[in-house]
Design a protein around this ligand. Structure first.
Ligand code: ADP
Ligand code: MG
Length: 744
């Protein structure tokens, strides 16, 4: 399928793969996977005849679809990465554009495959694994100098949003900056207003991914989970060149999570939602149109009909090596959609792309190189003609030299030179300048080392990172804090957070242990080196003849050094792996925290309607939160009643920030502690739901729903604080009441 047409051009059809999402249903009779066919692989469905027309009878019919490979339910994330993404990453490193896109109905595993699951490190998907792979290669390849940039955009309702905006604490998609598309005269597209951020290493790139994902999560509107209706495109821009060369290779890698491919007719939707579902469908419909036009080699390809097809223009029938992953669900109710996904893939497989090596001369680098050449020719000329020189350098010349030295030091190119010609005065002057700079740096280093020395004992280098995951945000008011603890106890993500916390703790211990081992090995290598030196001096003193065989003692020491070096290398490798895992888990926890805060805010605003929740984002009042934004198991009491110290750390203005901190308030109204009974004990089960007495003031209405014993809660007199306390009481009651209901 792939072939090199001419040097630097690869003609290839789009590669299609399928991945079956794990299910608990018995599905052995419904579908089968065969990966050992001469022509590749296939997945076959056995369904009632005419299922496609909605007419069902007892006859069965087989539908077979071919793929390059089909990953069945048990396939792991690493296998997916190695088979699908690694070859694409290799080509991107070689200077070709690459795209991997996931297509399938909502819930079929697109996000899980492209980004990964939020549960654990092993669930990380193609994006983080590809980043790891790319940066590993970049570090190891000393023949090239690379720069990497990243962008992350989301297309919803044909509007393009920048997910990497750092300025905004966006709570709605509409708060994110929008990106516009411009077509230049050669029909190339330019994305205006899209932030393309440099990321020097894996850590920075992962941070950007999580920043975008967090925006993506928090920007989901309540009524419609935008993520199922929007397309997300994560792009890595790679620029590589050989040191000293003006030829650069620029390549792009798009990793795309498309909107759910389900058709409108299957969705029981109405009103606003139907319009939106149709709209998204339109967007995928245009993708289909582009695919059909390409597969039939039509003259006109309607890329411009939608933003998504415009952005992915190169990936579809253009200068790109493209791979599609069809995510399918084999649950009986999803079979029709899954077959439609496979049918779509068969069309896609017909599309031919023509990827060219994106190599060009960088004019800036070219000019710099020519200038250098020009200067050295002048120098040579000066030498040959013996042009007279002053004894001393002029002030002007000295200043120029200073600039030159600065540029030289700033140049990232390891082979950069300081072109001074043959003028010895200039060479001497530059050495003096460099000496001054180095001694300044040495002084700074000593100061930093002293400071670091003082700081040891307060924690290792990982501490600041771990602090990120558990640092409390702005303190909440008393009522809200207590409610948050209850909410947290029952939240669906609590176990994941606790698991990850335990994993982190374990990894810190391991990292610390490894650190000790690394230091020990380093000391031991130094010790052995000293021994070796001593031995050599001794032998030199003893005046051994040159031709004598190698000293056996020296050989033993050298062997030991080698062994220690091996250990050292392996420890460093282990440390690096641990570091990546620790960072990933920390980011997972950070995201879980943001999700928790978001869910809590939604729940809180639902539980405490009225003037006191005016600080909640207005969108939260427009509808009920989605089911999973509530505690996942309202019918079950929390486990043991201990809660994690996660406090919402949102930078949005906290509506309760004017009240004293929780601890202040706690001492002010000590009785409120008695309200928090051990979990499982439900004192408020017989309470009437508050708010059923509309003629009362909010305060009285709250009080009317409290048992006589609860009247002992002293209020503070400050109406806003009191509102807050009462809101908590009411929210808690609602929660407890809801817990009761399902159990009866
Ligand atoms: P989509 O993005 O297509 O809507 P998701 O990737 O969000 O679907 O997957 C839906 C749910 O199924 C998520 O909870 C996800 O973690 C889970 N899931 C999907 N694929 C797998 C898989 N291969 N293994 C385990 N869980 C998966
Ligand atoms: Mg998704």
């Amino acid at each position: 399928m792939a072939g090199m047409a001419e040097k630097g051009t690869v003609k290839e059809t789009i590669q299609i793969f399928a991945r079956v999402k794990p299910t608990r249903e018995e599905t052995s009779k419904v579908y089968s996977v065969n990966n050992d066919e001469a022509a590749g692989a296939s997945v076959e469905f056995v369904v009632p005849k005419d299922l496609g027309d909605g007419y069902v009878n007892n006859k069965l019919e087989n539908y077979k679809f071919r793929f390059r490979r089909v990953f069945d339910q048990t396939a792991g994330q690493e296998e997916i990465f190695e088979t699908i993404a690694q070859p694409v990453a290799d080509r991107v490193l070689a200077g070709y554009n690459g795209t991997i896109f996931a297509y399938g109905q909502t819930n079929s595993g697109k996000t899980f495959t492209i980004t990964g699951g939020a549960r654990c490190y092993g669930d990380r998907g193609i994006i983080p694994r590809t980043l790891s792979y790319l940066y590993q290669h970049i570090i190891q390849d000393s023949t090239m100098v690379y720069t990497t940039h990243i962008s992350y955009l989301e297309i919803y309702n044909n509007v393009c949003y920048d997910l990497l905006d750092r300025q905004l604490e966006a709570c709605r998609l509409e708060d994110l900056p929008t990106v516009t598309i411009m077509h230049d005269s050669e029909q190339n597209i330019q994305l205006r207003n899209l932030s393309i951020q440099q990321s020097a290493n894996e850590e920075e790139a992962l941070n950007l991914l999580f920043l975008g994902d967090t925006h993506r999560m928090t920007a989901e509107t309540l009524l419609n989970k935008a993520s199922t209706r929007s397309h997300c495109i994560f792009t890595v821009y790679l620029c590589g060149r050989q040191p000293g060369s003006a030829t650069v290779r620029r390549s792009k890698l798009h990793l795309v999570d498309l909107a759910g491919s389900e058709r409108v007719n299957k969705m029981a939707l109405g009103g606003q939602l139907l319009t939106e579902a149709k709209y998204i469908n339109v967007s995928l419909h245009y993708l289909e149109q582009v695919i059909i036009s390409l597969s039939e080699s039509r003259a006109h390809i309607p890329y411009r009909n939608s933003l998504m097809t415009s952005v992915l223009r190169d990936s579809l029938g253009g200068n790109c090596m493209t791979t599609m992953i069809s995510t399918i669900s084999v649950d009986k109710t999803n079979l029709k959609e899954s077959m439609s996904t496979c049918r779509f893939a068969q069309r896609v497989a017909l599309i031919k792309n023509e990827a060219v090596l994106n190599e060009e001369e960088d004019p800036v680098l070219l000019i710099a190189r020519l200038k250098r050449e020009n200067q050295s020719l002048r120098d040579e000329l000066a030498m040959v003609t013996g042009e007279p020189r002053q004894e001393q350098l002029t002030q002007d010349e000295i200043q120029k030299l200073e600039v030159q030295v600065k540029d030289f030091l700033d140049d990232a190119d390891p082979e950069a030179t300081l072109a001074l010609g043959t003028d010895l005065r200039k060479i001497r002057r530059c050495f003096t300048l460099l000496k001054t700079i180095v001694s300044g740096l040495r002084q700074q280093l000593t100061i930093i080392q002293e400071k670091l020395g003082r700081a040891t004992g307060t924690g290792n280098e990982l501490t600041p990172l771990s602090a990120v995951a558990t640092a409390p945000g702005p303190r909440l008011s008393m009522g809200k804090e207590e409610a948050f603890e209850i909410f947290m106890r029952d939240h669906e993500d609590r176990l994941t957070i606790e698991d990850n916390k335990a994993v982190l703790k374990q990894r810190y211990i391991e990292a610390k242990g490894l650190g000790v081992q690394v230091n020990k090995t380093r000391d031991s290598i130094n010790e052995l080196k000293k021994q070796l030196e001593m031995r050599r001096i001794q032998r030199a003193d003893q005046d051994h003849p040159e031709e004598e065989e190698q000293d056996p003692v020296e050989a033993i020491i050298l062997k030991q050094v080698e062994a220690e070096k091996k250990k050292f290398k392996s420890y460093i490798g282990d440390l690096k792996t641990l570091r990546t895992e620790i960072q990933h888990v920390q980011l997972l926890m950070e995201r879980a925290k943001v999700k928790l805060q978001k869910d809590f805010k939604e729940w809180w605003s639902e539980e405490t309607p009225g003037p006191q929740d005016s600080g909640a984002p207005s969108r939260l009042q427009t509808g009920r939160p989605s089911p999973n934004s509530k505690p996942s198991s309202p019918g079950r009491p929390g486990s043991g009643g201990h809660s994690l110290s996660y406090f919402p750390a949102h930078k949005q203005q906290e509506p309760y920030s004017h009240v004293p901190s929780a601890t202040d308030l706690r001492s002010f109204v000590p009785k409120i502690q008695t309200m928090q009974t051990p979990s499982g004990d439900r004192p408020a089960s017989s309470h009437q739901r508050g708010g059923s007495v509309p003629e009362l003031t909010p305060q009285l209405r709250d009080l009317s729903s409290i048992k006589p014993a609860d009247y002992s809660i002293p209020l503070t007199g400050d109406s806003r604080i009191d509102d807050d306390i009462l809101a908590f009481v009411r929210a808690r009651q609602n929660l407890l009441q809801r817990r009761d209901t399902p159990q009866q």
